[in-house]
Design a protein around this ligand. Structure first.
Ligand SMILES: [Cu+2]
Length: 392
């Protein structure tokens, strides 16, 4: 999309309203800007909205961004671009800050001069000192705030996600040769009272996939262990089905099912396998939307839904024409998502929830994709300067 003649790129951050500085996005009336939006929050999904303008999503996850086109067709002025948390889990505390940047028309009241707008890219921060605002820059009329969905507006989140499609029909890999059905959700580990035992009734927060709470090795990476055939680092017995079938999304799951098993279990697939993964949220502790991310691949999102996935009913909902190609899918709260891809990138690839607190709680697993037949289909050797762990 970017050519050598592409307009300048401006980096900006959406930061809390109370912050000392607010990013300015300078725009010229009638021109169209490409916003590449990155959620840099660790533990929050975000709604983003721009006052007075329509945002057209043209890409998702292409390079870890959501790309949005905005045409400056509103009355010249200043408009807030705002972000606030989307929280799908009930009864949990969260940061309800509204973060903003200002979409600012050239020559708008309180805005930038034309000369300032022609400055080099990346100097748009109001307090950077590099951006030569006319005196009284911040004394114009207050920018208009956009209407953001309520923090728990799952319907809006779902309608938005479901509306993303590939721009043209795509060739869906077929037939499926590896099928994985995995529950994703929370758990509680029993623990002795103490600072690391802050859950209810002497428990500690955890998370799992198919009841396995993933433990990263602490001596060597999974990829090194795989490449050098080192034993004892992981096992290849990640279960491709839940060890027990129960009403996954019930709000009354028996406590006996709340404690997962800690392990480093991987799942092996052959080079070229067509892999289909069903992610199924659980109601253990609390249901929550989990943004599931797969390293090394993009995948087609064939369908999502609420409740327990039932292939006999839900395969009919698969979009086999123009599903979006993504590397992260928000699995609806108390629901499921089905993704499919060709395992043509050998190595060890983490599959995990992108909410850091859930990842560190164990909501992860890893795929071992075997080498293919040729050198180009083989895992590359480690770089000669790969840092080594110090000896203990
Ligand atoms: Cu999660």
């Amino acid at each position: 999309m970017f050519s050598p003649l592409a307009p300048p790129t401006i980096m900006f951050a959406i930061i809390p309203v109370s912050g000392a500085e607010t990013s300015i996005i300078p725009v010229v009336a009638g021109e169209t800007s490409l916003l590449r939006v990155i959620n840099a929050a660790m533990n929050a999904e975000l709604f983003v909205s721009l006052a007075g303008h329509k945002m057209t999503v043209v890409a998702a996850d292409a390079m870890y961004t959501t790309d949005v086109l905005v045409t400056a067709h509103a009355a010249p002025g200043r408009y807030y671009l705002a972000a606030r948390a989307y929280v799908s889990a009930q009864g949990v505390t969260f940061d309800n800050t509204t973060a903003t940047a200002i979409f600012q028309y050239k020559n708008a009241p309180g805005g930038c001069s034309a000369a300032a707008l022609k400055g080099p890219a990346g100097l748009s921060r109001a307090s950077s000192g590099n951006h030569h605002h006319p005196p009284g820059h911040n004394k114009g009329p207050a920018p208009m705030l956009p209407k953001l969905p309520a923090y728990n507006d799952t319907n809006t989140a779902t309608v938005f996600s479901d509306s993303i499609r590939s721009p043209a029909p795509v060739k869906i890999p077929h037939p499926v040769t590896q099928e994985v059905f995995t529950t994703i959700g929370f758990g509680l580990f029993s623990c002795r009272p103490g600072p690391f035992c802050q859950g209810p009734n002497n428990t500690r927060f955890g998370a799992s996939m198919n009841n396995i709470s993933f433990q990263l090795p602490n001596t060597i990476s999974l990829l090194q262990a795989h490449y050098h055939h080192l034993p004892g680092v992981f096992t290849l017995d990640f279960p491709p089905r839940p060890p027990l079938v129960f009403n996954f999304t019930s709000t009354k799951i028996p406590r006996a099912l709340w404690e997962p098993e800690r392990a480093t279990k991987l799942y092996r697939v052959k080079y070229g396998d067509v892999v289909q993964i069903v992610f199924q949220d659980t109601g253990i502790f609390v249901a929550e939307e989990h943004p599931m991310h797969i390293h090394g691949y993009h995948f087609y999102v064939l369908a999502t839904g609420f409740g327990n996935y039932d292939p006999r009913r839900d395969e009919a909902k698969f979009n086999l024409v123009d599903p979006p190609s993504r590397n992260t899918i928000g699995v609806p709260v108390g629901g499921w998502a089905v993704v499919r891809f060709v395992a043509d990138n050998p190595g060890v690839w983490l599959v995990h929830c992108h909410i850091d607190a859930h990842l560190t709680g164990g909501l992860a697993m890893a795929l071992v994709v075997e080498d293919g037949k040729t050198e180009l289909e083989a895992t590359m050797p480690p770089p000669y300067d790969l840092p080594v762990c110090p000896h203990h």
